[in-house]
Design a protein around this ligand. Structure first.
Ligand code: F6P
Length: 475
């Protein structure tokens, strides 16, 4: 049987992403339990309404996912997916690991976020070549699944750096399809991008250029892609390169942030913060090198050192939930975040004041609670495709928030005018920015928060998605 032969009941719209809208775990009794997936990409795609009958193809990322995929056959149980049609691909664990951890996250993510920093990384030797072959098979598995499930002329929206080879492979299998690719990350500048082996750099570009439409979060990332394509493969050819910004989902956030579990967490956080009228600096991230959490902590330490009046008057809520812990560099980074937070507490803490409240577990209602009570939000990534936290905080803030924002985050293009903007590498300037933000006049702060919330919600996820579908000629 040809695995790419279209099925009779093929879908008119298909989405493809590594992480899907649901993930599974085994509970204490060995039963499968389903949980909503996280991250910007999933939040963006999850807002697509029932009016779009789409099949979402994603990868099984754990043994529990693989078991769920094996049991469900073609599509997951709709009871687990909120009624969505989700096809979870059970790719073999080694191929999946090499594609996701070793290539997508260690090579492509590091290139686009400009994170290579030691004399040993990257090393493009024979091990890399074996892993690259896994990345190709993993992309091929997606292309074949999409080819088999797409109706004649269907629209296929392929997401992110994990699946950059899919558009080219899919076009070869099914020339009738309309294909889009969307990058949720930055795109590396040419001089950095060409540190990849020449053939790999070209293969990635040609993979994306197999699409009719290549989307980016900001003009800056789209231009960087075009510059790479012009220099390395003679231009973008027939592919339309476009910008589709992604904003916060105001209705969902405002509703979710006022449910009882969030109110309970606000009360609990207030108890932990202690002290009458203490101010709060809040950050919420994955423990991710590009988020620059360690420099953020150093900036806070500098604030307490240089401006002793703030001691006892401010608490830094740093929520850094675990991410990509299969990779040693992420485990080491998480340990470094914990060590620096502890150092600050040892140096400055008193019997009734803990300067840093670091939380390294994932608790969405607690994040919303912190958003609501934040006086200052610290969003200082080295580089970030967009950064939805910067957009979410002003939307749910109770009393107004001052946003300290890196100029290297995609969100800067839309929010920069009303934020306190920082160079993320400049720890002293970030410390000063924290002081400026903490002392912002309350009226000015409210007015800025309102403008930030308006800018942050101007491009709701459903609009982001429909724009791309329309760019492919509707569905
Ligand atoms: O491109 C960024 C992204 O895919 C976002 O959707 C999300 O914030 C993050 O990466 C998720 O990473 P992972 O799937 O590795 O947890």
């Amino acid at each position: 049987d040809d695995p790419t032969r279209p099925t009779g009941t093929g879908a008119a719209v298909l989405l493809a992403s590594n992480r899907g809208p649901v993930s599974y775990a085994f509970d204490a009794h060995g039963e499968l339990t389903a949980k909503r997936g996280g991250g910007g990409l999933v939040s963006g795609l999850s807002a697509i309404g029932p009016e779009v009958d789409a099949v979402w193809v994603c990868a099984a990322l754990s043994d529990a996912d693989r078991e769920a995929a094996r049991r469900s056959g073609a599509e997951l149980d709709p009871a687990d997916t909120g009624g969505r049609r989700v096809h979870m691909l059970g790719i073999d664990p080694r191929t999946q690991h090499e594609a996701y951890n070793d290539i997508a996250n260690s090579v492509l993510w590091f290139a686009h976020h400009m994170l290579w920093q030691t004399p040993l990384e990257p090393a493009f030797g024979p091990e890399f070549r074996a892993r690259w072959a896994s990345f190709e098979s993993y992309n091929r598995a997606f292309a074949q699944a999409l080819a088999a499930q797409a109706a004649e002329g269907a629209a296929v929206l392929v997401q992110d750096y994990h699946l950059v080879l899919v558009p080219g492979m899919l076009r070869a299998l099914r020339p009738d399809l309309r294909i889009a690719h969307f990058s949720h990350t930055p795109w590396a500048p040419l001089d950095y991008y060409r540190l990849l082996p020449d053939d790999v750099a070209e293969q990635v570009l040609r993979g994306i250029l197999g699409a009719d439409h290549a989307g980016f979060l900001t003009r800056r990332w789209a231009d960087a892609f075009t510059a790479c394509a012009d220099a390395l493969v003679g231009g973008t050819g027939r592919t339309e390169v476009a910008v589709h910004g992604l904003g916060a989902d105001a209705d969902f956030l405002r509703d979710r942030a006022h449910q009882e579990d969030v109110d309970e967490r606000i009360a609990a956080l207030r108890r932990e913060i202690g002290g009458e009228g203490r101010r709060t600096i809040v950050r919420v991230d994955r423990t991710e090198l590009s988020k620059n959490i360690v420099r953020g902590l150093h900036a806070y330490r500098r604030l307490l050192t240089d401006r002793p009046d703030w001691r006892g008057q401010v608490v830094h809520l740093a929520f850094a939930y675990p991410s990509r812990q299969d990779l040693e560099v992420y485990r080491a980074y998480t340990a470094e975040v914990e060590r620096v937070a502890q150092d600050i507490n040892d140096e400055f803490g008193t019997a009734d004041w803990t300067p840093v409240l670091l939380k390294v577990d994932d608790d969405f209602p607690r994040s919303l609670a912190a958003y609501r009570l934040a006086d200052v939000a610290l969003v200082n990534p080295i580089r970030d495709g967009m950064n939805l936290v910067a957009k979410e905080v002003p939307v749910v803030s109770d009393a107004g928030v001052a946003l300290v924002l890196s100029r290297e985050a995609g969100a800067y293009e839309e929010l920069g005018a009303d934020a306190v903007v920082v160079n993320p590498y400049d720890v002293s300037a970030t410390a000063e920015a924290l002081h400026t933000a903490l002392t912002q006049d309350p009226e000015a702060r409210s007015a800025r928060t309102k403008r930030l919330a308006e800018a942050a919600t101007a491009l709701p996820p459903a609009k982001w998605f429909m724009e791309q579908l329309e760019a492919l000629g509707g569905a």
